[in-house]
Design a protein around this ligand. Structure first.
Ligand SMILES: [Zn+2]
Length: 168
């Protein structure tokens, strides 16, 4: 079943699965692709303008962690490790929240949400996640912050450019 999706930059697209459309290049995410390999695609959903927020999506269309192939498993953990390292090194991110749900309307994707000082008023752990994302979407969608977010995307792209992986 296809559905209409309005992107952060105002474009409307009709897709079966947004992750498939993104990872196959049918849709280019705002700010561009951060990294792409044989099995995975790294980008930011700028609808949530939080610097260093990264989405790591599989290219294959599936939902469960237990559906990853051996090759995908190996690359997945190396990629998370590398992204995390670059978030710390280039963006000074001290802590990250990881979020992944199998009942998604997209397909297999991991959210890596940096934990910033301003988020603390929304509580801790999973309870804070939704309010934090909504706050960012509602109140941080301005030109100045968007520039900061895009700069973060560019920094991470540079950082990931030397990612070594055998299956690429
Ligand atoms: Zn898909």
């Amino acid at each position: 079943m296809s559905r209409q999706i309005i992107l952060a930059d105002g474009r409307t697209v009709e897709v079966e699965c947004l992750s498939c459309a993104l990872t196959s290049g049918v849709i280019t995410p705002t700010g561009g692709v951060i990294f792409e390999s044989k099995h995975f695609h790294v980008h930011q959903d700028v609808a949530y303008p939080i610097r260093g927020l990264v989405i790591l999506a599989s290219k294959r269309h599936f939902y469960g962690m237990d559906e990853l192939t051996d090759e995908e498993q190996a690359e997945y953990i190396s990629l998370i490790h590398k992204i995390r390292k670059e978030q710390r090194k280039r963006l000074g991110i001290d802590q990250v929240y990881y979020f992944y749900n199998e009942d998604t309307t997209h397909h297999f994707h991991l959210w890596m949400v940096p934990r910033y000082e301003w988020m603390k008023e929304f509580g801790n752990s999973v309870e804070s996640l939704r309010p934090v994302l909504l706050h960012a979407r509602k109140n941080m969608n301005n030109e100045e912050n968007m520039k900061f977010v895009i700069e973060g995307i560019n920094n991470l792209r540079d950082g990931l450019s030397d990612f070594e992986n055998s299956s690429r």
